[in-house]
Design a protein around this ligand. Structure first.
Ligand SMILES: Cc1cc2nc3c(=O)[nH]c(=O)nc-3n(C[C@H](O)[C@H](O)[C@H](O)COP(=O)(O)OP(=O)(O)OC[C@H]3O[C@@H](n4cnc5c(N)ncnc54)[C@H](O)[C@@H]3O)c2cc1C
Length: 474
């Protein structure tokens, strides 16, 4: 006979979202059961953010060694050892893992059950031998790689993010299908670590992003030697003696791309299977669990957070979701999610970051707006670091309300943060000129862009004097 637990909250999935909910609830002294069927830490720790950023760090070191000459330090062709890179990636994961571990969560007072969870009815979850009747359930089951139905794919070995960080030998030629953030981050990393890399993208690489800003990143990838084929129509894939062949439908008939390894990076699919959600009367669609802005599902006892909740799929969004449901469940504050101030970052070199609306979106929604830019080439720190590729683009209303910011350039993921705060707090562009930015920092590109807001008034000698003053002392 199964044990019955009656906690306040039952969380399903111990990834970024589930762990944040469980830790916060436990900190408020609320009884929590956390159910995880696989590895604690979920995708981000084991097969996503952490290993990818560790691999990118290795690639950056290798590239810096090649480019050292310009700094007066003799450049060398780096000796790359994939087994040791694998060890480095594992070591970084192992360093973070205790924070997400079963032991830590039990010490926080959370009851952790290592089993697959499924609903028995609208009020009950079964996990192994335990039946959980919670006041509220939070589904945080994340996402998995969406593998497209390419003919022949079932006959070849291919990698996804779940296996690519396990490799211990350099792929001679890595073919990446998918030119989104994950595909491009890994394409550049493998190229810099010595692999030949071809990216096949059905539409436009970084297609969701501002094309002008995306071009900065794509141009750098091309200079690194990544072959990028946009508009690629894949007819089929086939096995070769040592590797894989991708056949493309070209203008003049079929073309082939031969590689030694294949990575599928064509997006993510929510994990809703195996949960018996129909028994819980929780509705799903192709994006995941259908939730309202409080992240509540069609069953009012059940919330969803993170990748499975159908919104932007990032660890910081999963954490934000967790904060939102905690406020609803514990304090009945009815907090609602809004994504206007949530940044997204692609960790290529240079980085790409966006918060708020893009230029294309603003053109659809607003009749009049302002676009302010500032190039990295005009930033003294960027010059010193020889990282002058890129620019910042700030979009405001004609009265100066900040609507969106896109950055392609070094440190974009750091610089975008103050703009996320500005949008969240409703600051206008004047606020972004009126603070003291330490010199020389890359973030100054933002302040310089903000000053551009006052440029049309340049005919006024008074405004001209203020701008000259800000340029000198701002
Ligand atoms: C290669 C890659 C790089 C990425 N890089 C970044 C980045 O740099 N920054 C960023 O913000 N985001 C990044 N992401 C996205 C980020 O990893 C996800 O947004 C985040 O992990 C989502 O957290 P989650 O809690 O929703 O799901 P997950 O972390 O996937 O956790 C879900 C957990 O639920 C468990 N589970 C599923 N079903 C059940 C069940 N029935 N019973 C019990 N347990 C179950 C799973 O085993 C898993 O542990 C990256 C993703 C990938 C693939």
């Amino acid at each position: 006979m199964a044990d019955v637990l009656r906690p306040d909250i039952c969380v399903i999935g111990a990834g970024s979202g589930g762990l944040s909910v469980a830790a916060a609830a436990a900190a408020f002294g609320v009884s929590v059961v956390l159910v995880e069927k696989g590895r604690m830490g979920g995708d981000c720790l084991n097969t996503g953010c952490v290993p990818s950023k560790a691999l990118i760090a290795s690639a950056r070191r290798a590239q810096q060694m090649r480019e050292a000459d310009a700094f007066g330090v003799a450049a060398v062709d780096p000796q790359v050892n994939f087994r040791r890179i694998h060890d480095h990636v594992r070591d970084v994961i192992a360093g973070i893992a205790p924070t997400d571990s079963v032991e830590r969560f039990r010490a926080l007072g959370v009851t952790v059950i290592e089993a697959q969870a499924r609903f028995e009815d609208s009020k009950t979850v079964l996990a192994g031998e335990t039946r959980i009747k919670a006041r509220r359930f939070v589904i945080a089951t994340g996402s998995r790689p969406a593998v497209p139905p390419i003919p022949g794919l079932d006959t070849v070995r291919f990698h996804t993010n779940e296996t690519i960080f396990e490799i211990t030998r350099k792929p001679a030629h890595l073919i990446v299908i998918g030119g989104g953030p994950v595909g491009l981050e890994l394409a550049q990393a493998f190229r810099r670590l010595g692999s030949q890399v071809t990216v096949l993208e059905a539409a436009r690489a970084l297609g969701r992003e501002d094309p002008e800003l995306a071009a900065v990143v794509l141009d750098r990838l091309a200079r690194d030697g990544v072959t990028l084929r946009s508009g690629a129509r894949i007819a089929r894939v086939a096995k070769r003696r040592s590797g894989v062949r991708v056949v493309l439908d070209g203008e003049d008939g079929e073309e082939t791309v031969d590689g030694s390894a294949l990575l599928i990076a064509t997006g993510r699919a929510p994990v809703t299977d195996g949960l018996d959600l129909d028994k819980a009367e929780v509705k799903v669609d192709a994006k995941g669990i259908r939730v309202d802005r409080t992240l509540r599902s069609s069953n009012r006892r059940v919330y969803a957070v993170g990748d499975v909740a159908g919104g932007p799929q990032f660890t910081h969004v999963a954490n934000y979701h967790a904060g939102t449901v905690i406020r609803s469940i514990l304090f009945r504050l009815g907090a609602k999610v809004s994504y206007d101030h949530i940044p997204r970052v692609t960790y290529t070199d240079p980085e790409f970051a966006q918060v708020g609306v893009t230029e294309a979106e603003v053109r659809e929604r607003y009749g009049h707006f302002r676009i302010l830019r500032w190039p990295y080439a005009e930033n003294d720190r960027a010059r010193a670091e020889r990282e002058t590729d890129g620019f910042i683009k700030v979009i405001t209303t004609t009265r100066g309300r900040i609507l969106g910011v896109g950055i392609a350039g070094a440190g974009a993921g750091e610089i975008v943060q103050m703009w996320g705060l500005a949008i969240l707090k409703g600051l206008d562009i004047k606020a972004m000129t009126g603070f003291v930015s330490p010199y020389p920092t890359l973030s100054e590109v933002g302040k310089r862009a903000a000053i551009q807001f006052y440029r049309p008034s340049l005919t006024s000698p008074w405004v001209r004097r203020i701008i000259a003053f800000m340029r000198l002392f701002g």
